[in-house]
Structure formats: structure tokens, C-alpha cells
Ligand binder design. Structure first.
Ligand code: 5AD
Ligand code: SF4
Length: 475
């Protein structure tokens, strides 16, 4: 997936998800999530499934009867971080032998029984399509067995499960609209860990958005590895499944969610350059509440490298999509993902990435050096031939350039008035609140009497490459 990540280092930063749910049985669950937004969203499904069984989630791993780590395999260092954490939790088993430790998500799927049998780090392993089975798996462990379910499904979308919202603030939430990925980018492990692509019933998506709005939420992010290939009631080949019902594409779904309420902001992630249609852009132009921000991962500026990456587009095609965004949606902020040092990347290829970044003028980017992943097409077909030092040097150059581009983008906002959705009190000062504008830039301004969920027009007075600051416009 083009996984859109919450923290600055994407898959790298672990963020704990926690929430308290009343229950009678009093068993305590500690959930820790790594990686992409989809994992965070999945943890909310896991919390929902286990709260039905009477689990309370806890913020403190030391209180837990069950520790579940929702993991990421996208780069090797993400996996190493999880292993270190699992070793720490394992030490606790000496004092508390009944503690259940489980691994969920991509590492569960990739490593399967290894984590149980060879590495002996966990009691339970559950892949991304096996969460309904968690109550049984935990029972098996309590009964003295090790438990594994890594079956991938062609149908599972968890459409009927109302996620327990674990994020803070009660203003923004994720809605998963599809699962899996059929793209097979040659560097990517996701198609192996999350299985085939499938879309979720649009009615259940709209109902979830409505319910969130009714509870006071003011922003939803629609999640999928490749949202542009969302489709309902039509096969991949284009055959309508039920003639009596409408076909829903991603543009159609966006419109439906936009219409839930004009005060509900809608974002989405991730778009794929080969599939992003002008239809989606025209729908975004039509509704003010469809946020003017698009994450369009390019990965490389060189057509040769893109070909080896199996991305399905050339540099020219990508620039055509960028130009469509700039024409149909002027002022939209565009972000991207970039990988440096992919197999066979020459200095020339690297320069093409830098020149493409300048040409687009990205407002934001997530940048990585290539990490070879077992079983991927690239691992089987190409040599991982770029020395680590070169990969890192190129990454540094890409990061330096992006930092200049982000600075210039935010500088342009000075003097403009942005509509900001308040999310909470600034971490640096009690006297300030923070939120984001439509283009997804974090904005800080004086608190006055504003509370989370308020929309405030803010005149921008100051900026860095990461945030903008301003003062409320008094109407
Ligand atoms: N090495 C480095 N980065 C990767 N990504 C995916 N697989 C790899 C890999 N093997 C990056 C891509 C993708 C983002 C989620 O992670 O840029 O868009
Ligand atoms: Fe994204 Fe490509 Fe990986 Fe699918 S295969 S998740 S589109 S990077």
C-alpha cells in the first residue's frame, strides 16, 4: 500500500493506541500499533471485537492480561523495533506466566509460525483477516496452546464491526473503505501480507461517517492501499454484478460521504498515479468539505526505475496527473512517497527524482531508502546493488530538497486566511490550539474559547517548514 503514516517517520514510529471501555469481566487488553493508518484503523476493529468479549483496553502495558502488537513489515527496521519490544514484554512473563502476548498485522502474516516456534517471542499470531477469530485464539492460549490464524480472505472487510475509537480528541477518525492490494509494486511486501484487494459496501461506509458526525466527529479519512481502485457492484474486468443496483466508483463514494454533512471534512489515502481519474478531481472541486490535499506517491522520478518498480506509469504520465490536479484543483497541496537507492538506480536516475520533486513542488513528502523485503518481486528479480552509504546519501539529498520545498510552500500561506478545524490544545502551550487547514498543514493559533471540533478562520502570520501560525479572523 501507499501507506499514509501518522508520525513523521511513517512506519517507524510506534504509537500506542489505547482507550478505556467499560466491561464486566475486567480482563485488560493493551494494544500497540506500528506503521500505517490502516494498522491504526485495524486496531480499532480489534478493540471492538474484544470489547464484545468483555475486555477493557488499558494505557499501561503492566496492567494487561493480553498484550497485542499490531505490526508492520514494510521495512526491515520496522520489524526489528517490534522484535525488541516483544523481547521486553516477554521478560514480564517470568513474573506473570498467564500474560498472553500476541502479534497481529503484517509481521504475523509474513513470519507466521516463526514468531511462535523459532523465535519463541509470542503465544498468538493473527493475520489482518483473522481478527474475528481473536477471542478463540486467546482462549486457546489460556488453555495452554499456542494459537495461529493467518488465513487471508477474499471477502473480509469487517464492514459490520463498529470500531472502538481509540484516537484522542473525538474530532478525527479513520474509515477503512477497502483492504488488500493487487498492484504488486516490486519493492513492496503488502500484497503478500494483506492479500487481495476488496472493497467495502458503500452503505456501511456512509453509515459509519454519519454515525461519527452525529457523535461530534468533524473529519474522516477514507483508507485503502489504493483508493482509486475502489469499486462496488462491478468486477475488476468491468462486468456489472447486479444490474438492478448502481455501480459505485471512488469518485461516487467520495460524493456520498461529502453529502453526509457539509461540516464533515473528508480526506483519503492513498491515491495511485496509475488509477487516479479526473472524475475524482472534479468531485473534489465540487465539495468544499473534500479536503484539498492529495497524497500521490511517485517513488522515483526516473521512468527506468519506475518500470523496475512495476508501478504501471512513466514520469510523463505522473506529471500529467500532477498537471490535472493543478488545473482542476488549484491551490491543492500534494505530498508523495520517495524511495532512494532502489535496485539499479544510477546517479542520473537519482537526479531525475530531484528534478521531478522541483517540477511538482511537493508541499510534503515521506522519504525512505530502499530496504529489500523477502519474497517481493524485486528480491527475486534484481540485485540490491546500491551501497547503503549511497542510499543514505541520496535520501539525505531528497530530504534536504523537500525541506526547502515545504518551507517555500508554507511561506506562500502567510497573509492568507485558512479555515482550520480545531483538534486540541497545543503541546507546547496551554494558550494555543492546533488543527489543520484543508491542505493538511498543522496550524497553531491562540486558544481564546475555541474547543475541539470548531472551525476557525485563521489569518496566517508566521511559518516553519512543518507548521503555520496565525490569528483568528474576527467576523
Ligand atoms: N523499502 C523502502 N520503502 C518502501 N516502501 C514500501 N516498501 C518499501 C521498501 N521495501 C515505501 C513506499 C510506500 C511507502 C508506504 O513505503 O514509498 O509508498
Ligand atoms: Fe502500495 Fe504498491 Fe505496496 Fe500496493 S504494492 S501497497 S500500491 S506500494
Amino acid at each position: 500500500m501507499e501507506e499514509k503514516i501518522i508520525e513523521e517517520s511513517k512506519q517507524g514510529t510506534a504509537t500506542m493506541l489505547d482507550n478505556a471501555v467499560e466491561n464486566s469481566a475486567g480482563k485488560k487488553l493493551y494494544l500497540e500499533s506500528y506503521g500505517c493508518q490502516m494498522n491504526f484503523s485495524d486496531s480499532e476493529i480489534v478493540a471492538s471485537i474484544l470489547s464484545e468479549e468483555g475486555y477493557t483496553t488499558t494505557r499501561n502495558s503492566e496492567d494487561a492480561d493480553v498484550i497485542l502488537m499490531n505490526t508492520c513489515s514494510i521495512r526491515e527496521n520496522a520489524e526489528q523495533r517490534v522484535r525488541n519490544k516483544l523481547s521486553q514484554y516477554n521478560k514480564r512473563k517470568k513474573q506473570n506466566p498467564s500474560l498472553v502476548i500476541g502479534v497481529l498485522g503484517c509481521m504475523a502474516e509474513r513470519l507466521k509460525k516463526d514468531l511462535l516456534e523459532q523465535e519463541k517471542l509470542v503465544d498468538l499470531v493473527a493475520g489482518p483477516d483473522a481478527y474475528r477469530d481473536l477471542p478463540n485464539l486467546i482462549d486457546d492460549v489460556v488453555g495452554g496452546q499456542k494459537a495461529v490464524n493467518v488465513l487471508l480472505s477474499r471477502e473480509e472487510t469487517y464492514a459490520d464491526i463498529a470500531p472502538v475509537r481509540l484516537g484522542e480528541g473525538g474530532v478525527t477518525a479513520f474509515i477503512s473503505i477497502m483492504r488488500g492490494c493487487d498492484n504488486m509494486c516490486s519493492f513492496c511486501v503488502v500484497p503478500f501480507t494483506r492479500g487481495r484487494e476488496r472493497s467495502r459496501d458503500p452503505e456501511s461506509i456512509v453509515a459509519e461517517a454519519q454515525e461519527l458526525f452525529d457523535k461530534g466527529y468533524r473529519e474522516v479519512t477514507l483508507l485503502g492501499q489504493n483508493v482509486d481502485s475502489y469499486k462496488w457492484n462491478i468486477t475488476k474486468k468491468g462486468e456489472v454484478i447486479d444490474e438492478s443496483k448502481p455501480v459505485v466508483t471512488f469518485a461516487g463514494l467520495l460524493e456520498k460521504v461529502a453529502l453526509v454533512n457539509s461540516d464533515l471534512r473528508v480526506r483519503f489515502s492513498t491515491s495511485h498515479p496509475k488509477d487516479m481519474t479526473d472524475d475524482v478531481l472534479h468531485t473534489m472541486a465540487k465539495y468544499e468539505n473534500l479536503c484539498k490535499y492529495i497524497h500521490l506517491p511517485v517513488q522515483s522520478g526516473s521512468t527506468d526505475v519506475l518500470k523496475r518498480m512495476n508501478r504501471g506509469y512513466t514520469r510523463e504520465w505522473y506529471m500529467n496527473r500532477i498537471n490535472a490536479i493543478k488545473t482542476i484543483l488549484p491551490g491543492t497541496f500534494i505530498s508523495t512517497d520517495i524511495i532512494t537507492g532502489f535496485c539499479g538506480e544510477t546517479d542520473e536516475d537519482h537526479k531525475e527524482t530531484l528534478s521531478l520533486m522541483e517540477e511538482v513542488g511537493y508541499e510534503f513528502a515521506y522519504m525512505f531508502f530502499y530496504s529489500e523485503r523477502p519474497k517481493t518481486l524485486a528480491e527475486r528479480k534484481f540485485e540490491d546493488d546500491i551501497p547503503e552509504e549511497t542510499k543514505k546519501q541520496r535520501l539525505y539529498e531528497v530530504q534536504e530538497l523537500q525541506s526547502k520545498l515545504s518551507y517555500a510552500a508554507n511561506e506562500k500561506l502567510v497573509g492568507q486566511v485558512c479555515k482550520v478545524l480545531v483538534e486540541g490544545t497545543s503541546k507546547r502551550s496551554e494558550d494555543y490550539v492546533y488543527g489543520r487547514n484543508s491542505q493538511n498543514v498543522t496550524t497553531i493559533f491562540p486558544k481564546n474559547n475555541y474547543k475541539p471540533g470548531d472551525y476557525v478562520n485563521v489569518k496566517i502570520t508566521d511559518f516553519t517548514s512543518a507548521t503555520i501560525k496565525g490569528v483568528p479572523v474576527v467576523e
